[in-house]
Design a protein around this ligand. Structure first.
Ligand SMILES: [Zn+2]
Length: 79
């Protein structure tokens, strides 16, 4: 890969949501993967966004933490 093909941090950040949504073409995804492998700043940013999205998704679809914890405890107590 040549220097010209590398993405800048601001491009990566601008494409991060599409990247995490999987709504990005393979060529761009590969460029971002390469960038994240080498750029700690963007990697941290991507991890933060990913964690945030996972949390939002689990809040939207999973039962509230309290009932989940109670259910897990019930399962554990059965053993
Ligand atoms: Zn970067």
């Amino acid at each position: 890969m040549t220097e010209q093909e590398r993405m800048h941090c601001d491009e990566v950040v601008a494409s991060l949501l599409e990247y995490l949504d999987g709504e990005i073409d393979d060529a761009r995804r590969a460029l971002i993967d390469d960038h994240l492998a080498e750029c700690r700043g963007c990697f941290s940013r991507a991890e933060f966004e990913r964690a945030l999205r996972d949390r939002m998704r689990s809040l939207a679809s999973a039962p509230p933490p309290d009932s989940l914890r109670r259910r897990l405890k019930a399962i554990i107590d059965e053993f």
